[in-house]
Design a protein around this ligand. Structure first.
Ligand code: NAD
Length: 493
């Protein structure tokens, strides 16, 4: 236990400056995104009196400007691709088009449904929501400033900071409402550009590149590193690179973007970048999507004198149980330097609330969380890539099997992809503990489950190879690769 449990902490003397506006709770959560609302729901269900402070809408980036809208637009791209390919199945369709404003209406409907559901859940869990911008003051007081300027002070023996993150921008590419967009603007576009440059080939950049390209936009990806999708196993990245190239997405790696100059007619802009060879080149596009990462939204979150340390990049410093340097103050989600994933925020929320309940939770094992990228083809992985395992000093055995021979993949007409397994090498040369499961291909984001369990249960190849996969199914590729790793492969040796 790092901080006080609420039971014990209720005895902590709350600040003396009680104003008529002040209200007290067991825990005050600042930020209603996946981290904050998960903490509020779990705390509320466990009987804690929870205050949740949110300046915009509960659901946060994930629901309103991130995961949910992005995947909805990617699904439109998938439907368009499927319908265009229907003829191969003998299904006749003529004049297939995309009405992007109609997909925006559908996207908003999906968000609204989820938003209403979440508001209902918070109510059911008796969470008190405060609309306004929260900032931590000394003595675990959270000052909530509403849009009309009125101020309420909320106090609790425990404060959880979960203010999230905002898109990073780069000099020379300031968001201008015309050419330069971040994820916030792309997700709200009413009309598709004919051409786009995507700066940054991480998860967000690749998802947008995939979606825009499938909708008919000519896309160029400009990535500073030698490869797109940093951190993903190289054999998995290779599948995405090949598929992107086949669909006409131009990937330029090792480049440095310099700036952009709009054309005189205001219809396009030239994005200048230096090539790895050193020469300067330009690509002329109608839109520039900046997806170079997100930064923690810690601006004005903590008043001086609270004792909460923030690092030079703006991340709130925490220990492995998410306790900040101030007693009774925790921080989670994109605000701390852990993987910027909604489900990591959920897991962290539960670790914090369990401490408030006097339990002894296990810290999140960040090296083994699931990662899913919803490009076409999809990417999913848990645990170490082959290179990362070798860099960590492991002697490894690997096996990979492509989706191309799989019956279900052939049936659905999506045979691009691979499953790659990385295991620790035993003294006799056989595969032991599974260190990583990395996949690209159809619906791998929904198939990762058993790979995730294998890695986190520290199961061996022999153990997992015992399990039978349903036939015909895409998951047979995982099963077959595991059999091969255990020395009993039918398709691969
Ligand atoms: P990222 O850090 O994953 O990728 C950013 C990419 O931009 C990197 O490849 C980096 O090398 C490149 N880059 C940085 N500066 C550049 C420059 N000046 N020129 C060219 N390239 C440059 O960030 P992201 O893709 O923006 O995602 C932000 C966060 O959101 C991450 O934490 C990510 O994990 C999370 N996210 C995850 C998913 C998913 O898992 N499906 C989807 C969306 C967002």
């Amino acid at each position: 236990m790092v901080g006080p449990s609420v039971g014990a902490a209720r005895k902590v003397v709350v600040p003396t400056a009680q104003s008529s506006q002040e209200q007290s709770f067991d825990v005050v959560v600042v930020g209603g995104g996946p981290g904050g609302y998960a903490a509020a729901l779990y705390g509320g269900r466990k009987g804690l009196r929870v205050a949740l402070v949110e300046k915009d809408k509960v659901g946060g980036t994930c629901l309103h400007r991130g995961c949910i809208p992005a995947k909805e637009l990617l699904e439109t791209a998938a439907v368009y691709r499927t319908v265009k390919g229907a003829k191969e199945f003998g299904v006749g369709v003529e004049g297939v088009t995309v009405d992007f404003s109609a997909t925006q209406v559908r996207k908003r409907k999906v968000i609204d449904t989820q938003h209403k559901g979440l508001q209902g859940l918070l109510k059911k869990c008796k969470v008190t929501t405060f609309a306004g911008t929260g900032s931590l003051q000394p003595g675990r007081v959270v000052r909530v400033e509403a849009a009309d300027g009125s101020v309420t002070e909320v106090t609790a023996p425990a404060v959880l900071l979960a203010a999230g993150s905002v898109p990073r921008t780069i000099p020379g590419f300031e968001v201008d409402g015309r050419f330069v967009l971040t994820s916030d603007e792309v997700l709200d576009m009413e009309r598709l550009p004919a051409t786009a440059a995507v700066i940054g080939g991480g998860a967000i950049g690749c998802e947008f590149a995939s979606m825009l390209s499938d909708m008919g936009v000519k896309v160029t990806v400009l990535e500073a590193l030698p490869s797109i999708l940093p951190g993903v196993d190289k054999d998995v990245t290779a599948v995405v690179v090949k598929s992107f190239a086949k669909r006409g997405i131009d990937i330029k790696t090792g480049v440095r973007v310099q700036g952009h100059e709009p054309a005189a007619d205001g219809a396009s802009t030239a994005v200048r970048y230096s090539s790895p060879q050193g020469g300067e080149e330009a690509v002329v596009v109608e839109a520039v999507v900046v997806s170079v990462g997100r930064r923690p939204y810690s601006d004005n979150l903590v008043a001086p004198g609270c004792g909460v340390e923030v690092d030079e990049r703006g991340f709130v410093k925490v220990d492995d149980l998410l306790q900040t340097s101030a007693e009774g103050v925790w921080a989670i989600g994109d605000l701390v330097a852990t993987p910027g994933l909604a489900h990591v925020g959920f897991a962290e929320a539960m670790v914090v609330v369990d401490q408030l309940l006097g339990k002894d939770p296990v810290p999140v094992d960040y090296d083994k969380v699931p990662w899913c990228v919803y490009t076409f083809p999809e990417v999913a992985f848990a645990g170490l890539s082959e290179d990362a395992a070798r860099e960590a000093g492991y002697d490894v055995v690997t096996k990979k099997d492509p989706f191309v021979g799989n019956g279900r993949a052939a049936i659905i007409g999506e045979t691009e992809g691979v499953v790659k397994l990385i295991a620790e090498k035993l003294p006799d040369g056989r595969a032991g503990r599974i260190l990583g499961v990395h996949m690209a291909g159809p619906w791998v984001t929904e198939q990762l489950g058993q790979g995730y369990l294998a890695v986190n249960w520290e199961a061996t190849a022999d153990e997992v190879a015992q399990f039978v996969q349903p036939h015909p199914s895409l998951s047979e590729v995982f099963g077959e690769t595991m059999l091969a790793l255990a020395g009993r492969g039918l398709h691969v040796g």
